[in-house]
Design a protein around this ligand. Structure first.
Ligand SMILES: [Mg+2]
Length: 276
């Protein structure tokens, strides 16, 4: 009888404590409600798929992700130095060189080969038509349909990204990219170093900023490069989906929660629309 009344007393004490933990325990603590509903053993790919459906914001890298090209290489092509620019781009993407140094070097090289404001505008007209990664337009359409905010975040340049954003119905305020500067005579004058994407660590910075501004809970980053992976490794992205449809980088493949080689894999996860 005594033993029974003791166990009743423990139950009476423990129940409110358990309720407290279920409501207040911080996310990540072993007793948090999240820990109960999402076991640590959840497969990273299954987790990334689940988060994609819950996401309130998705951030896409542009070059070699949304499109199969590298915008800066196309600009290099206009000025007859595509090969040199492309080699420097690959070095930067593999994370072997400081991002801002690689950008300054490439832009200076283009200026030395005749890049002016007018010539760049001409270049965007001839080379700027988006060369889409297959399926990406449908993915963005479906994300918009499920009410997810879609951003383009790129170490590339606004000039090359605007035509891409326009076709994807992504407004200007949801593009985070770099701007090439020119003086009043239209000569090259550096790049806007105040843009968060103009330096190493830019992508995590953009995601942190948007989380603070919009209060996003689940943010997903898509991309092919080391700077994209950084948004998950050193930033607030809940998951990083690596894209290897154009370039496969071992560091990115290894670090991704889910590594895909086709956007069809994403279309298979998102709810099918009847009028798409
Ligand atoms: Mg890229």
């Amino acid at each position: 009888m005594l033993r029974r009344s003791r166990s009743c007393m423990w139950l009476w004490l423990a129940s409110p404590m358990a309720m407290f933990w279920l409501v207040w325990a911080p996310e990540g603590s072993p007793l948090s409600p999240v820990a109960f509903s999402k076991p640590d053993s959840e497969d990273p790919v299954a987790r990334a798929k689940r988060l994609l459906l819950e996401a309130d914001a998705v951030f896409f890298d542009v070059d070699s992700t949304v499109v199969t090209t590298e915008g800066i290489d196309l600009i290099g092509k206009c000025f007859g130095i595509m090969k040199e620019i492309s080699e420097l781009t690959h070095k930067a993407m593999d994370g072997h060189v400081k991002f801002q140094d690689a950008m300054a070097e490439r832009l200076q090289l283009m200026a030395d080969h005749g890049m002016t404001k007018d010539k760049l505008e001409e270049c965007v007209k001839t080379e700027g038509a988006p060369q889409w990664s297959p399926g990406v337009q449908e993915v963005v359409k479906m994300l918009h349909k499920q009410g997810t905010d879609v951003y383009l975040v790129s170490g590339g340049f606004q000039n090359m990204i605007k035509p891409i954003a326009l076709e994807l119905h992504i407004p200007q305020k949801m593009i985070y990219a770099n701007e090439i500067l020119f003086d009043e005579k239209g000569n090259y004058a550096g790049f806007d170093r105040s843009a968060p994407t103009s330096a190493s660590g830019g992508k995590p910075k953009v995601l942190k900023m948007m989380k603070r501004k919009k209060g996003y809970k689940t943010m997903i980053m898509f991309g092919d490069g080391a700077t994209d992976l950084d948004a998950r490794a050193n930033g607030p992205a809940s998951a990083f989906i690596g894209y290897g449809g154009v370039q496969v980088r071992s560091k990115v493949k290894k670090g991704a929660d889910w590594f895909i080689t086709s956007f069809q894999e994403i279309l298979d996860v998102l709810p099918k629309g009847t009028d798409l």
